[in-house]
Design a protein around this ligand. Structure first.
Ligand code: GLN
Length: 251
């Protein structure tokens, strides 16, 4: 049941989309890989072929990427990528200015801000795509989280972080916390949005449970690359079921 799948599904005839996963070796936990898989499959079902590039520290940077995703990581993983991230900072900023869609989860989200100061007092410089700073806290904020976004509706996921993130005055959050902790467990905000870049604490993985968000990223990518402005609806019955179950589960 549900919407029929795209009639040109799997043909690849709509064109190629270059999907880049940032730092999968060091920054990829709590199912973050599922975000990449979801984008790939939803593109393929709409008739796009997907070129998937893993970008790890020291690799030559795929600046022709159409869509960038990056996951969370332990503080140690963040340390391993921070130097490389500074190197690619200028090109990332250029891509952001060009309206390229990106998704940064948790550990990478923190590094997309100004800095992350760990509980041990070490300072990891970020790249300032978002106007936010993060400070390591005493307790970990763990559990299912439900947030509400004006643009995307109800966003559902799972958070596990000790970093507490404060947004700068003009920084737009991704959503408002309905249940869970969010950016700092206090101000009621979750995540951040700048241009077409979405940052969030939500693992889960995020995109399988939030097809609206996945399709927003995809729509932005195919509009930029091919001026396509229509996405065939997909059957999201399983995602709807997963959302119900996750949202009903108390922390
Ligand atoms: N090390 C960071 C923190 O605990 C990020 C953790 C994560 O990516 N889940 O705040």
């Amino acid at each position: 049941s549900g919407a029929p799948e795209a009639h040109f599904a799997e043909s690849g005839g709509q064109g190629e989309i270059h999907l880049v996963q940032l730092y999968p070796r060091d920054m990829n936990i709590y199912g973050d890989w599922g975000n990449t898989l979801t984008l790939k499959r939803r593109l393929e079902k709409r008739g796009y072929s997907v070129k998937l590039t893993d970008y790890n520290p020291g690799d030559s940077f795929p600046a022709d990427g159409d869509l960038f995703v990056g996951g969370g990581g332990q503080d140690s993983g963040q340390f391993r990528v921070m130097e490389d991230l500074q190197k690619i900072k200028p090109v990332l900023h250029e891509l952001v200015r060009d309206g390229v869609p990106m998704l940064a989860i948790c550990g990478l989200y923190q590094l997309f801000g100004h800095e992350f100061r760990t509980i041990a007092g070490q300072v990891l410089p970020g790249i300032g795509i978002f106007d936010l700073t993060t400070v390591g806290g005493e307790t970990r904020l763990i559990g299912n989280i439900v947030t509400e976004s004006e643009t995307f509706g109800t966003i559902i996921g799972y958070e596990n972080h000790s970093g507490l993130t404060r947004l700068g005055d003009g920084q737009e959050p991704l959503g408002r916390v309905v249940s869970g902790a969010g950016n700092d467990g206090e101000d009621g905000t979750e995540g951040a949005v700048t241009r077409e870049v979405i940052g969030t604490y939500l693992h889960g993985s995020l995109l399988p449970k939030n097809p609206v968000l996945a399709d927003h990223l995809i729509a932005t990518a195919v509009r930029r690359r091919y001026s396509h402005d229509h996405l065939e609806p997909l059957n999201d019955a399983l995602a709807a079921r997963a959302r119900e179950v996750a949202a009903a589960r108390p922390r």
